[in-house]
Design a protein around this ligand. Structure first.
Ligand code: BTN
Length: 258
């Protein structure tokens, strides 16, 4: 990978490419505290030693995975705070857009709110974090994206291998990580431009990609486990679930397919 090429080909203004980092999102959160940093910033690592996933879980990846974090100032991209709940879903759609030239749309999916699926297994995940604290960090967001690309999951730990997959395991060839990253960044800009307008094409794409619609699910949300049937992802990004107590909408949570 080449940082000058990435800057020239995309919207990112600050690029760091590391051979090894604990977590690209931890590094991006450090950068968020620097007032003079040019944004958007991109942090890429060839190997992550302590990648982080949602709900305090770790994110396993090996060399050949595409692991990166984007540091953005949402307001500068016309993404308002009311759009933030839809940002992980929109990013997941952008990841699918970036993967589409390599795999047929029918093999791709999104598991609400932030997992990207390939052939019914998780191929990528998205972690959106607010660095918090004082200005300027509090007005910035870190979007961490991990995709299994050239790292076969056949040799991954059992729990990762059981539900996960990698592009090379499905398409049986390696991809150029920089080319894929450029495509993903272009797709991210294109999709996030439509986030605040509740664009109908964006909404219909996440509905087409939704792997949960019509399935029985167990949803951990608000300290409860809800056993229900998933109806759809609503236009505002909420997961709509039916169960014995009626129809409810959720804006965050973690889902297992029953
Ligand atoms: C999840 O599925 O729970 C989200 C996984 C997010 C992993 C990516 S890899 C790049 C960035 N750095 C991290 O430490 N995590 C995210």
């Amino acid at each position: 990978m080449n940082s000058e090429q990435l800057r020239a080909a995309t919207f990112v203004r600050h690029v760091e490419i590391h051979d090894e980092l604990d977590s690209t999102s931890t590094r991006a959160a450090e950068l968020a505290r620097e007032i003079s940093i040019e944004l958007p910033a991109l942090v890429v690592a060839r190997r992550q030693m302590a990648g982080r996933g949602r709900s305090g879980k770790s994110w396993w990846s090996a060399e050949g995975a595409l692991t990166f974090s984007l540091l953005i100032e949402p307001a500068a991209m016309r993404i308002g705070t009311s759009d933030w709940p839809r940002l992980s879903l929109t990013t997941a759609v952008a990841v699918c857009d970036g993967l589409r030239p390599e795999v047929p749309q029918s093999k791709l999916g999104i598991k609400w709110p932030n997992d990207v699926y390939l052939d019914n297994r998780k191929v990528g995940g998205i972690l959106i974090e607010s660095p918090g604290g004082a200005a300027p960090a509090k007005d910035r967001l870190v979007i961490g994206i991990g995709i299994n690309v050239n790292n076969s999951l056949r040799s991954a730990p059992l729990d990762v291998n059981a539900n996960g997959t990698s592009l090379c395991d499905v398409i049986d060839r390696r991809l150029d990580l920089q080319e894929l990253l450029v495509r993903l960044l272009h797709a991210f800009v294109a999709r996030s431009n439509h986030l605040s307008t509740l664009n109908t094409e964006l909404i219909s794409t996440w509905r087409q990609l939704d792997v949960l619609a019509g399935r029985n699910i167990l949803l951990e949300a608000d300290g409860q486990t809800i056993d229900g049937n998933c109806v759809e992802i609503a236009h505002d990004g909420a997961l709509v679930v039916d169960n014995s107590s009626g129809r409810r909408r959720f804006y965050s949570g973690s889902v297992r397919m029953a």
